[in-house]
Design a protein around this ligand. Structure first.
Ligand code: SAM
Length: 271
């Protein structure tokens, strides 16, 4: 790592449009790195390395680090800062367009980490979930409210599509919260660390994953309506006559198991 390139903090003005809030609290950085527990032999993908608060300890662990940064100025600084680190590679790219399979096609070979830009955190998680078979685990800093949505189960006020899709693919663990003061500039909201671990053995399996996604999307398109109402188009298209759930319920009343059961009933009816 070149020290000649120095610190960027005095030169770089945080860009709001890129969701830039940089971590500066050494204790929090240490807690996050301990939760990641990086080691040589691992292949870590960091999203939004920014000013390298997490990147430096990740690279120092000896792990192979592929970092994806959209901001051209930060990307140039990172490339020069880590020029002598042979285990570091910078991709100046939008994570939402980045094809993870270009880094590895081996099942469960990638660990994904990042203090995600909050303005794209939900689409980013959906994008990464589409590569779930390649991923061993993911550890993210997100807005607390998004972590609550990821971990919510039926009956919780935050329960919805994001939690169902995340829990269909992953074990979700809310690890700890991070106050706004840990960042510069300080965001308006509390943040939290979450671990998502793609499931090895699923209990609930959708026979057709695209259909499952459609069922969940349609169901939560209008939360206040009954399932009979929101699922009308699917019932008509598939010709389903018997469904394993009470259609007078609302979308938030069904569990993940109910949604996979419902999607499999549509699958059978459509055959
Ligand atoms: N990891 C650093 C830290 O913890 O201090 C920076 C975190 S900051 C919240 C988010 C970072 O993601 C910024 O560096 C920002 O430029 C970058 N970013 C924003 N949008 C991105 C995108 N679409 N793809 C990749 N990186 C992005």
């Amino acid at each position: 790592m070149s020290s000649a390139s120095g610190s960027i903090t005095t030169e770089h003005r945080a860009r709001k449009r890129f969701g830039q809030n940089f971590l500066h609290d050494a204790n929090i950085i240490q807690r996050i790195v301990s939760a990641i527990n990086p080691a040589a032999g691992q292949h870590i993908v960091e999203i939004g390395p920014g000013q390298a608060a997490l990147t430096t300890p990740l690279v120092e662990s000896g792990a192979r680090v592929d970092a994806i940064e959209l901001d051209r100025d930060l990307a140039a600084w990172l490339s020069s800062h880590f020029a002598s680190a042979s285990n570091f590679r910078l991709h100046q790219s939008d994570v939402l367009k980045f094809d993870l399979s270009t880094l590895s096609e081996e099942p469960r070979s990638l660990r994904i980490v990042g203090n995600l830009p909050y303005n794209i955190s939900t689409p980013c998680i959906f994008h990464l979930l589409s590569y779930a078979p390649l991923i061993d685990d993911m550890l993210f800093m997100l807005q607390l409210e998004v972590v609550q949505r990821l971990a919510a189960v039926s009956g919780d006020p935050q329960y919805g599509r994001l939690g169902i899709m995340a829990q269909y693919h992953c074990q979700v663990d809310h690890l700890f919260d991070v106050p706004p003061g840990a960042f510069r500039p300080a965001p308006k909201v509390t943040s939290a660390i979450v671990r998502l671990r793609p499931l090895r053995d699923r209990i609930h399996v959708a026979r057709d994953e695209a259909l499952f996604q459609r069922v969940v999307r349609d169901a939560f398109s209008q939360r206040r309506k009954t399932l009979r109402n929101v699922l009308k188009p699917l019932i008509k298209e598939t010709g389903a006559t018997e469904l394993p759930v009470d259609l007078s319920l609302r979308p938030e009343n069904l569990s993940l198991a109910d949604y996979t059961g419902l999607s499999n009933a549509f699958y059978e009816a459509r055959k």
